[in-house]
Design a protein around this ligand. Structure first.
Ligand SMILES: [Cu+2]
Length: 495
């Protein structure tokens, strides 16, 4: 039932129909979650969606009172078919696998009520959110089974595609690979936001891609001993649906479709492109819009990375994901995961000539800092220290001050791939091995690939939030590396 991934360069073929994914019948777009499902399909009729129909997480409704919108997330165990026809033990937010999408608006006051029913400590990090460290969801604020964490925050950033996932010490990989991940859409009042597709599930589509490691019994692996299991399979999922031998179908009722791509894999790199070799129009990187829409033939997403694209559809387009192993073992091959077929007669207006103004930092007066990613055997280090305990994180903490302007030289002293993620503020790539970025790489980032032996310079300004108790984190988003110590604290103190 679960074929071995096709070798690189060989497109995945449509296989036998996957068993029913939707639980509780056809869910209308935007419908509240019913039963154990947090998914909807683009199926507005009363008929059940076909097994190959693209599904996507429901939009989570908040409750607004006194100017604060409250969202409820239940972290719970469940089961899900990560391999077609095989039941895996999984975890999800408000369901068995993955979580609902949240829409935040710049300036909005939000209260999250997150209940832990996992039987283990956890936290939830709002990946890419510019919020105080106390509500950022790092390991310092881990909460135990049965507890509810209720951070309040004010959305304070431009439009972007963020995500949320656990971030407790030593358990992040296990909890994320078992399904604890969801998307956050931040909207703002910019002209670009007004001009771009924004009808969730209609022309604004979340695409959460994952490549996992699973044994034939469906046990999802997350650590070294698990990855050393014989005969592992590396299934590829789109919004939680296995696409190893299935191409999902989506009918676009608007000519212009916006896709929000997230690589929620624990390690592997996912490169998205059209099977016909055509271009997609990239509009955003992790932390917001590009200065202008940019035609690209492929988008390479390291673990934790996001991108937004739009497609103006005149005919069906099939998207493929090329999987590149991000760790010593991992997936590979090419998977045709989604065919979008237009059923639309509208003519969209031209995209705005300018989506955003990005002032490139003049880093000549920025404070320089060195971040070295290294390893000692199986222990992963930042600046020589393994961040596997809070004590280690404090001893190795980077301390900066509010309004500091910094340029970091991030050197990968290993031969392994790393995906460098900084909490709190967006950064700009200054150079990769001495070469200035071009194209979409000049956009705002919070996650950047650092290949083995390379050096990436990034620049950032620590605006808005000072604290002397709660740290942000900087770490590798290859989750095994994070759990194995490639993480350090960052304290932004008042100046
Ligand atoms: Cu790493």
């Amino acid at each position: 039932m679960s074929p071995t991934p096709s070798p690189a360069g060989t497109p995945g073929k449509r296989g036998p129909s996957r068993r029913g994914f939707l639980i509780g019948g056809a869910l209308g777009v935007g419908a509240a979650a019913t039963g154990a499902s947090v998914f909807a399909a683009n199926n507005t009729t009363a008929q059940a969606a076909s097994a190959d129909t693209f599904t996507y997480p429901d939009l989570l409704s908040g409750t607004t009172s006194g100017g604060v919108t409250a969202y409820t997330l239940q972290m719970q165990a469940g089961t899900h078919e990560v391999l077609s026809g095989v039941t895996s033990s999984t975890m999800g937010f408000n369901g068995s696998y993955l979580g609902p999408t949240m829409k935040w608006t710049n300036g909005q006051s939000v209260q999250m009520n997150v209940t832990n029913n996992l039987g283990a400590d956890t936290t939830v990090h709002w990946h890419g959110a510019h919020v105080p460290a106390k509500v950022d969801g790092g390991p310092q604020v881990a909460f135990s089974d049965g507890a509810t964490w209720s951070p309040e925050l004010t959305v304070n950033q431009d439009a972007a595609t963020l995500w949320y996932h656990p971030h407790a010490l030593g358990t992040t990989a296990e909890q994320v690979v078992k399904g604890l991940a969801g998307m956050i859409i931040v909207e703002d009042d910019s002209a670009a936001t007004a001009a771009l597709p924004s009808d969730y599930g209609v022309d604004d589509i979340p695409v959460i891609l994952q490549c996992l490691a699973v044994d034939s019994s469906g046990d999802i692996k997350y650590n070294l001993s698990g990855y050393l299991t014989a005969n592992l399979k590396f299934p590829v999922l789109c919004n939680g649906v296995n696409v190893d031998s299935t191409t999902l179908t989506f009918t676009a009722t608007k000519t212009r479709t916006r896709l929000r791509l997230l690589n929620a894999s624990p390690a592997d790199i996912i490169t998205v492109s059209r099977t016909d070799g055509g271009t997609t129009t990239q509009i955003a990187t992790e932390q917001g819009y590009l200065t202008a829409a940019t035609d690209v033939t492929s988008i390479r997403l390291v673990a934790g990375a996001r991108a937004e694209v739009v497609l103006d559809l005149t005919a069906a387009v099939t998207l493929q994901a090329v999987i590149t192993t991000g760790w010593v073992k991992g997936g590979s091959g090419t998977y045709e995961f989604l065919t979008i077929t237009p059923d639309a007669s509208d003519t969209p207006a031209a995209l705005p000539a300018s989506l955003n103004s990005i002032e490139r930092y003049d880093t000549s007066a920025f404070t320089a800092r060195t971040i070295t990613l290294s390893q000692s055997g199986l222990t992963m280090l930042i600046n020589g220290v393994a961040g596997t305990t809070m004590a280690a994180m404090e001893s190795n903490m980077i301390t900066t001050t509010l309004d500091a302007e910094e340029i970091w030289t991030v050197t990968n002293a290993t031969q392994l791939e790393h995906s460098f993620h900084l909490h709190d503020v967006p950064f700009q790539i200054v150079s990769v091995d001495g070469t200035a970025p071009t194209g979409a790489d000049v956009g705002w980032k919070d996650t950047v690939e650092v290949v083995g032996g390379s050096t990436v310079k990034i620049a950032m300004k620590f605006t808005d939030y000072a604290d002397s108790t709660y740290m942000y984190m900087l770490h590798c988003h290859i989750l095994k590396h994070e759990d194995e110590g490639m993480m350090a604290g960052l304290m932004v103190e008042s100046s």
